[in-house]
Design a protein around this ligand. Structure first.
Ligand code: MN
Length: 296
């Protein structure tokens, strides 16, 4: 590969990274910048193997121009904080069932289409409905200043809220043709705390296999201690270590595997590693690690 081709490939990679970054930032309104990035993609894709000096010069100018715009974006962001980025907020009772990021049969043979349909469309949906109901009833309680049922609705809020949030993470934590090992900052953090990826995997698997009854295994980031941890959760919310941010979660409720694996949860857990979406977990980790609290 000559150095020009290499340059173009690196340029293409950088271009894609910038687009991905803007997506994560929820930047939708800076159309000019989006167009520039798209133009560069088209330009790079249309150039063949051999590039004339003129082509190269043109690409370079274009890239420098976009680079400058990105710099000014970063500077404006630093000045304004992140407040100007419009984040979607969910009002009481306004939760919706997220679409699966892949087809119902996409995780086969590790998780069957039948399970995915039931799990997403029936079980997850009932958590969304239950959470909305709890939020609306707590809103009513605030309006009427009547908290006689707060224990009930708080329990419902924790149960259905954890159910909704954890399943939302769970779907994103998986991907067809996933597996392998994590890269980036997360790789170092895992090796640092657990000794090695295999030791982490062993502990996470054992935690999942030995959850008492139904529940979850979770890899979490503890912002206060600034290290990773593996937790077990009985049902959705018992034994949960609050003040942590779930990064990688595994559903070990029977409805997640029973139709396919019967009582062999261990085999489901072992197979599940083939569909882990590490890119998603890395992204969650990078975001979560930005949070810094005083250590005690
Ligand atoms: Mn589930």
């Amino acid at each position: 590969m000559n150095r020009f081709t290499q340059y173009v490939q690196e340029l293409f990679k950088w271009n894609e990274e910038m687009k991905h970054f803007l997506e994560l930032e929820n930047v939708r309104d800076n159309l000019e910048l989006w167009e520039e990035l798209d133009q560069l993609t088209e330009l790079i894709e249309s150039t063949g193997q051999s590039l004339s000096d003129e082509d190269m010069l043109y690409l370079q100018t274009k890239a420098e121009n976009i680079h400058e715009q990105m710099e000014s974006y970063f500077n404006r962001k630093r000045e304004a904080g992140t407040i100007w980025i419009a984040e979607k907020t969910v009002s009481p009772g306004g939760h919706t069932l997220p679409d699966l990021p892949y087809a119902y049969n996409a995780l086969e043979p590790y998780i069957s289409e039948e399970i995915m349909r039931l799990h997403h469309d029936k079980h997850h949906r009932s958590y969304v409905d239950g959470l909305n109901k709890a939020e609306l009833n707590l809103k009513k309680a605030r309006q009427n200043n009547d908290y006689s049922l707060i224990k009930h609705w708080s329990r419902e809020l924790a149960f259905h809220g954890s159910g909704h949030y954890l399943h939302t993470i769970f779907w994103q934590n998986m991907i067809p043709k996933g597996g392998g090992t994590p890269q980036g900052q997360l790789k170092g953090a895992i090796e640092n705390y657990f000794g090695s990826f295999n030791q982490f995997k062993k502990q996470f698997s054992e935690a999942a296999k030995q959850v008492e009854g139904v529940g979850w295994a979770l890899l979490v980031w503890a912002p206060r201690a600034r290290h990773l941890e593996i937790l077990q959760s009985e049902r959705h919310m018992l034994l949960t270590q609050w003040d942590t941010i779930p990064l990688l979660v595994l559903d070990v409720w029977e409805h997640a595997y029973y139709l396919q694996y019967k009582n062999n949860r261990a085999s489901y857990v072992d197979n599940w590693w083939n569909i882990v979406n590490w890119n998603d977990v890395e992204m969650r980790f990078d975001k979560a690690a930005e949070i810094k609290w005083p250590a005690f």
